[in-house]
Write a new protein. Sequence first.
Length: 360
Amino acid sequence: MPGQLDLSPASVKARVDARIRETLAETALAVAPAGGAGTEMIDVLAASAHGGKRLRALLTIAAHAAHGGTRDEAAVSVAAALEWFQTAALIHDDVLDGSDTRRGQPAAHRRFEAILAVTAEPAIAAALGRSAGVLAGDVALMTSHRVLDAALVELPDPRPVASLFAAMSELVTAGQYLDMRLAGTPLQGLGDQREQIVATMRCKTASYSAEAPLALGAAVAGADATRVDAMKAIGVPLGIAFQLRDDILGLVGAPAVTGKPAGDDVREGKRTLLLWHAWTEGTETQRLTISRALGDREAEQSTIDDAVAAIVDAGGVAAAEREIDALASPALHDLDALTLEAEGAAALRDLAVGLTTRAS
């Protein structure tokens, strides 16, 4: 019989959020012997896991339904595992980038800094906060495997799902390292870095934002390896397009909508295709304006704004929009060509379109 999950976004989010809370409660019991320190960590994790669009969960559930899946509880657990993985990745990412905010609220390591400042020496509170952020991200990662295990025991053959999740985790970590490595290279070499920038988007973002959710949903439903591979092939370009949209929003999006300061990627020195295009196609004046701001965390907002304007004027945003269309259109065509369950297919297509057209 078909699965009984209501595929409306509100319903899926409610089911996944409930599973996220249930798993965090189990983690809280596990760390209870740590006393107040454990409570502090759980409180920060609860704040970090709260909110978000749950796009990965929605994709997983829709892919499961589209393949005629009936293992609804397992699908919800895998979806929650992906969201916990996302939480871990964001916590670690904010530590590495030195970001102050996430979803309009203090980043996890900043929350820890405020907690620890009460008892620690002021001079080391920030460093302690960063260290605590790393540890909290580690616990979030462990929690993702806790809820993944709950799904695996419900599957006749858990190996495909376990293997997909492990490969995703490893690739994202390598992608994060590549991102960090790129950010540390001289700006003068940016013109030769297009291939590495695309590789970063593919490894760090596409792998767990679209490729793995689509493949995992199909695998939980019992789809064969050929169909799982087809889902992965569709997910990679959609995931890269998703990251390009994120880069556009990170450059010119409204902070009240995105939850992050405008131009934050410039301040962090992030290498994006928008930046690459502006650097390779822009004027000498535009490159000079960009170089004054890129990677300078102490830069005045006006300096950041000037760099953003230079990237836009040099055609960076317009080029990214063209890239998004070039990636998304064939992927959507391939998705439409598959024989899928009607309700799940409709939900899946709506989500795939939303990945690249979202405003936040």
